[in-house]
Design a protein around this ligand. Structure first.
Ligand code: IVH
Length: 685
C-alpha cells in the first residue's frame, strides 16, 4: 500500500469507526458486531503505526488511551462554569417560580432535566474537532484532561463542521454507569483493594488517573446538557438540546418542556418514581427557563444563574446511636471498621451497620462512643455515617480509636505507606484470612470448586480438616463423611442441619479433582496474591509462561509487564518470598495443579476444535471477545468475521446483531452461548 492509499484508507476507516461508535454508544443501535468493530480499529491502528504522518490527534484510535499525563495543566474557562442553587422542597421551588414570574412579567416556559451525579466538564470544539476537555475546578479555571476525555466513547472527537459556528463549548456531566461501577468495585474487591463508595467518586477518581488507557477501561459515559458560543442557531434551551443531539452528542431523553410550576412538579414526581430504575445515578432535577432572552433578563447572582435551579432529592437520612465499632478482616488481611448502630429505618429498610471505611474517615468524623450519628442511604451501596450530632454527646464520652491489634488473632496491625487500609500481617493463622483465602480459591472464577460453599469450608476449618488451600487436595472420603453442622437462619431463627452424606462427599471430591484441570492463569489468580486481580493474573501468566519464571522475576522485571505497578510487583515478590506460601505452592504442584501455560487439561486434547470455523458476536461476560478468540485458536479452531455456510458455530453474546442470528438460522448454523463453547473446549471455568 502506498502512502496515498494509506491516507485514504485511514480516512475511510476513521469515518466508519466514528459512525459505528456513535451508533453503539449514543443511539445504542449497533449495526455491526463488536468483533467486526474491533477489526476496523485494529486495521486503523496498524495503518497509523506504518504511516504515522497520517495519525490525527482526534483519530478514533485515540480512544483506547495510552498517554500518561503526570500533571493536568490548569486552564481558564472561556465562560465561567457556574453551579446551581439547590432546593430541597416544593415550597422553595414555588418561591423560585414566583421570583421568575415577577422578574419576567410575561409568559415563560421551563425545561426540566435530570441532575446527573458525576463530574462537570466543558468540551471545546473548533471546526468540528474536539480541542480540549476541562473540569469545573473552581468555576474560573479547571484541569485540562483532554486525553482522558477522549477515551469516553459517547463523546464525539469529530463532528461535521457546523455552518456559521466555528467554535463552541458544550457542558455536560461525566458519570459512571451502574454496570461499570459494579464491575470496577468487584475487580477492586478481588484485589483486596478499597472499593469506591459511589459512582460519582469512581468517575472523579477515574478522570484523574494519569494513564488514559486505564481510564478507557473504566467505561465512563457523558451526558451533554448545554452549549455556549456565538451565533448559535437557536434561541432557547430546548432547541439547543435537540440540536446538540443532531450534532452527535449524547443528550438525555428524559427532559421535558413545561409550562407552569405544576408541570414541573409532575416531572419531578415521575422522575422520583423512576429514579431507582435508571442505569446511572442522579441526585435531583434541574429546572431551567427556556428562552435565552429571558435567561439574560433574569441574569446571575455572584454564584448562580437566576434562571435555573436544582431540586435535589433528599438523601434519605436517619439519626441513630452508635453502639460499637467492630472491625472486619478480609481475605487479604485488610481491616475495615464498621459502625454497629441502633436499628434505624431509612428509605424503607432497616440499617444496623454502616461502613467507616478506614482510620482517616473515622477520624474525620471525630466519632465518640455512644455518639448520635446521622446515617445516609443515598446512591451509595453501603449506608454511611455523614455526621455526628455533638449536642447529644454524653459528657464523659471518649473518642473511638482505631484498633492497634487484629480483632481476630491479636497480631499488631500494619499500615503501609501511602495506603488508607490497615492490614493484619498474620496471614497464615488469622482465621478470617484463612477462610477468605480458601473461599477465594474455590470461587467460580478461580478453581470453581463450587460444591464447597461458604458454610462447608467453615465447617472443614472448624473441624481442623483444612487450614490452607493445599489441604483441600489431601481430603479423603473418610475426612468428610458424616461431618455435621447446624445452621440457623438469622432472619427466621429456623435451624437446619448440614450433613455430609455420600452424594455431598462425592460431589466435593469430584470438584476438587476437576480443579486440577484449571488453566494456569486461573490457578495464579486463585492463589490470592494481594492486589493481583483476574486480568493481571492472566497477563502475568501469559508473559512468564510458568510459575517458576514468575517466581524468579524480581520487582524490576515485573514492572516491565504492561500495567504492573509498584503495588502489584511488590506484593508478588513478597508473596513468593514467604516460606509458607512456597511450601503451599510445592504441595499444590505435587497435587497436580497446572502451573504452566503449556500444560493443558489432561482430559481435553488441545486441538479438539480443529477444523471448525466460529463467528463471535455480541458482548460477553466471563471472557473478553479477544480471549474467546484466543481460546478458540488455542484449541485449533478458526475465527471468521461473517456467518457463511462454512461456519460451524455462531457464538452469541448479549446484544448480538439480529442480522447475524437470522443468517445463522437460515443457514442452519448452530448458535451457542459462551458457556456452551467453553464446555466444548472442556475448559473449566
Ligand atoms: S446546568 C448554569 N444541567 O450540577 C447552569 N447542571 O450545581 C449550570 N449537573 O456541577 C449547570 N446535571 O455539572 C446543569 N442537567 C444538568 C445537570 C447539571 C448535573 C451538575 C453540573 C454542576 C452542578 C450544578
Amino acid at each position: 500500500m502506498n502512502a496515498e492509499e494509506a491516507r485514504k484508507r485511514i480516512e475511510e476507516l476513521s469515518g466508519k469507526i466514528n459512525d459505528h461508535n456513535y451508533r453503539y454508544y449514543v443511539l445504542t443501535d449497533p449495526v455491526i458486531s463488536d468483533f467486526e468493530f474491533d477489526q476496523l480499529v485494529e486495521e486503523l491502528i496498524s495503518l497509523e503505526k506504518r504511516f504515522p504522518q497520517f495519525l490525527d490527534k482526534n483519530s478514533p484510535s485515540q480512544r483506547v488511551g495510552g498517554q500518561i499525563t503526570k500533571k493536568f495543566p490548569a486552564v481558564k474557562h472561556k465562560y465561567p462554569m457556574l453551579s446551581l442553587s439547590n432546593t430541597y422542597s416544593r415550597e422553595e421551588l414555588n418561591a423560585f417560580d414566583q421570583r421568575v414570574r415577577k422578574a419576567l412579567d410575561e409568559s415563560y416556559e421551563y425545561v426540566c432535566e435530570l441532575k446527573f451525579d458525576g463530574v462537570a466538564i466543558g468540551l471545546t470544539y473548533r471546526q468540528g474537532e474536539l480541542q480540549r476537555g476541562v473540569t469545573r475546578g473552581d468555576g474560573v479555571q479547571g484541569d485540562e484532561i483532554t486525553t482522558n476525555i477522549k477515551t469516553i466513547p459517547s463523546i464525539p472527537l469529530k463532528l461535521e463542521p457546523i455552518k456559521d459556528v466555528p467554535e463552541f463549548e458544550v457542558r455536560g456531566e461525566v458519570y459512571m454507569p451502574h454496570k461499570s461501577f459494579m464491575q470496577l468495585n468487584k475487580a477492586k474487591e478481588d484485589k483486596g483493594e478499597a472499593i469506591f463508595a459511589n459512582p460519582r467518586n469512581a468517575a472523579a477518581g477515574s478522570l484523574k488517573l494519569q494513564d488514559s488507557a486505564l481510564v478507557a477501561r473504566r467505561h465512563l459515559d457523558c451526558f451533554i446538557y448545554g452549549v455556549l458560543g456565538e451565533d448559535l442557531p437557536f434561541d432557547n434551551h430546548w432547541d439547543s438540546l435537540s440540536t446538540l443531539k443532531k450534532w452527535g452528542f449524547k443528550v438525555s431523553d428524559r427532559a421535558a418542556k413545561c409550562t407552569g410550576i405544576e408541570e414541573v412538579f409532575r416531572f419531578i414526581t415521575n422522575i422520583e418514581a423512576d429514579r431507582g430504575h435508571l442505569p446511572f445515578d442522579i441526585d435531583g432535577v434541574v429546572i431551567k427557563v427556556n428562552s435565552y432572552r429571558q435567561q439574560e433578563k433574569l441574569g446571575y447572582t455572584s454564584k448562580f444563574p437566576r434562571w435555573a435551579i436544582s431540586y435535589k432529592f433528599q438523601a434519605e437520612r436517619g439519626l441513630t446511636k452508635l453502639i460499637d465499632v467492630v472491625y472486619q478482616v478480609g481475605r487479604t488481611g485488610a481491616v475495615t471498621p464498621v459502625a454497629v448502630l441502633e436499628p434505624v429505618t431509612i428509605a424503607g429498610s432497616t440499617v444496623r451497620r454502616a461502613s467507616l471505611y478506614n482510620q482517616d474517615r473515622m477520624e474525620e468524623l471525630g466519632l465518640h462512643k455512644k455518639d448520635s450519628v446521622y446515617v445516609e442511604k443515598g446512591g451509595d451501596i453501603i449506608p454511611k455515617i455523614v455526621g455526628v450530632d455533638k449536642s447529644l454527646r454524653p459528657a464523659d464520652a471518649s473518642p473511638v480509636r482505631f484498633v492497634e491489634n487484629c480483632p481476630e488473632c491479636g497480631t499488631s496491625l500494619n499500615r503501609d505507606h501511602g495506603e488508607a487500609a490497615h492490614y493484619c500481617p498474620n496471614s497464615g493463622e488469622c482465621p478470617p484470612q484463612i477462610q477468605g483465602r480458601i473461599e477465594h480459591f474455590i470461587s467460580r472464577r478461580a478453581m470453581n470448586i463450587d460444591s464447597l460453599g461458604q458454610g462447608k469450608t467453615e465447617l472443614l476449618i472448624r473441624k481442623g480438616k483444612i487450614s490452607n488451600i493445599a489441604d483441600l487436595y489431601d481430603l479423603s472420603h473418610d475426612d468428610l463423611i458424616g461431618l455435621e453442622k447446624t445452621i440457623t437462619d438469622p432472619q427466621t431463627g429456623k435451624s437446619r442441619t448440614l450433613s455430609f452424606r455420600e452424594k455431598t462427599v462425592s460431589n466435593i471430591l469430584d470438584a476438587i479433582r476437576a480443579s486440577k484441570e484449571v488453566l494456569f492463569e486461573r490457578v495464579l489468580y486463585a492463589l490470592g496474591v494481594r492486589h493481583l486481580g483476574e486480568t493481571m493474573a492472566r497477563k502475568l501468566a501469559r508473559h512468564f509462561g510458568n510459575i517458576d519464571n514468575l517466581m524468579r522475576a524480581g520487582r524490576e522485571e515485573l514492572l516491565q509487564v504492561d500495567d504492573v505497578g509498584d503495588k502489584v510487583a511488590s506484593s508478588i515478590v513478597a508473596h513468593f518470598n514467604d516460606p509458607e506460601n512456597r511450601a503451599i505452592l510445592d504441595r499444590l504442584r505435587k497435587a497436580g495443579l497446572i502451573f504452566s501455560c503449556e500444560e493443558t487439561p489432561a482430559s481435553s486434547s488441545k486441538d479438539n476444535l480443529s477444523g471448525m470455523a466460529f463467528v463471535i458476536s455480541g458482548v460477553f461476560h466471563q471472557h473478553s471477545r479477544d480471549e474467546i478468540r484466543q481460546r478458540i485458536e488455542n484449541f485449533g479452531g478458526e475465527v471468521k468475521s461473517s456467518v457463511s455456510s462454512k461456519t460451524d458455530y455462531l457464538v452469541a453474546g448479549e446484544n448480538m446483531g439480529p442480522e447475524k442470528r437470522k443468517k445463522a438460522e437460515a443457514l442452519g448454523v448452530p448458535v451457542i452461548s459462551e458457556e456452551e463453547l467453553l464446555n466444548m473446549m472442556n475448559s473449566i471455568l
